[in-house]
Design a protein around this ligand. Structure first.
Ligand code: SAM
Length: 234
């Protein structure tokens, strides 16, 4: 069996660190799905605009050659307990395939290129998309489902503030990326720190890349303070 990606996803997330661990947690993250020439046929999207959400089936391409193990340590359990790979959303799987529900914003066939814009994807820029399917609430939504160790309640959010310098830098960068403040807040509120760092209790500095911006922040127990937003030199 050989699967051929139909499209590539372009997202603000240029590295794995700090990408939300599930879709929908950073709705300010807008991503574009660009179809490859072979699948660049608007007929294949007829009717899609009637759906509010889509399933994306994709390849964890950054981990594709990194192997897998039957037991993994879910971040939700602080990295201390092992669970079976098929009981988790680990990115290290026998077949490195992921699935995310995202909100459909728009689709276009402009200048001969077919694209779909979606909100809230938890995916790295450049992720190969294997398939796209409509989310069907009457069958896909299970309000009474049990979330197991992933817990029914979302994790507590960090409060996010901006230093004076970061606020000034935000003014400039917002001209290019209108939702950058919301995106930074939503991403950092999820507390991307590795579990072992959280337990160390001291203030630590971190960095991430969103679009072509380097974002630096300082983290204490319940708070993230953004201390710098700078353009990455080309
Ligand atoms: N919702 C999907 C699922 O359940 O299959 C993904 C869940 S997975 C835990 C989400 C994480 O995958 C992100 O936080 C990011 O670190 C990682 N990730 C996203 N895109 C990736 C890619 N193309 N290759 C490898 N890792 C990726």
């Amino acid at each position: 069996m050989q699967l051929t990606p139909v499209a590539v996803l372009r997202s603000p997330f240029k590295q794995k660190f700090a990408i939300p661990r599930q879709p929908g947690l950073a709705p300010a993250a807008l991503s574009t799905i660009e179809f490859y020439a072979e699948f660049n046929d608007a007929n294949s999207l007829r009717g899609i605009g009637q759906f509010s959400h889509l399933w994306l089936i994709f390849v964890f391409h950054e981990n594709a050659d990194k192997g897998w193990s039957p037991l993994v340590r879910p971040p939700r359990l602080g990295g201390n307990q092992k669970m079976g790979v098929f009981a988790t959303r680990s990115t290290f799987r026998p077949n490195p395939i992921g699935m995310s529900v995202v909100e459909l914003v728009d689709w276009q066939h402009k200048n001969g290129v077919l694209t779909i814009t979606v909100k809230g994807a938890d995916l790295l820029d450049g992720t190969p998309i294997l398939d796209i399917k409509p989310y069907i609430p009457y069958s896909d939504a299970h309000p009474d489902a049990s979330g197991g160790f992933a817990s029914d309640a979302p994790q507590p959010l960090l409060s996010v503030t901006f230093s004076q310098q970061a606020q000034a830098q935000l003014q400039t960068t917002s001209k290019k990326y209108a939702s950058i403040q919301a995106l930074i807040e939503q991403v950092l509120a999820q507390d991307p720190r590795p579990a072992y760092k959280k337990s160390q209790g001291e203030i630590q500095e971190y960095g991430m890349t969103l679009y072509d911006l380097n974002i630096r922040w300082r983290c204490s127990e319940n708070q993230a303070e953004v201390i710098g937003i700078s353009q990455i030199a080309e």
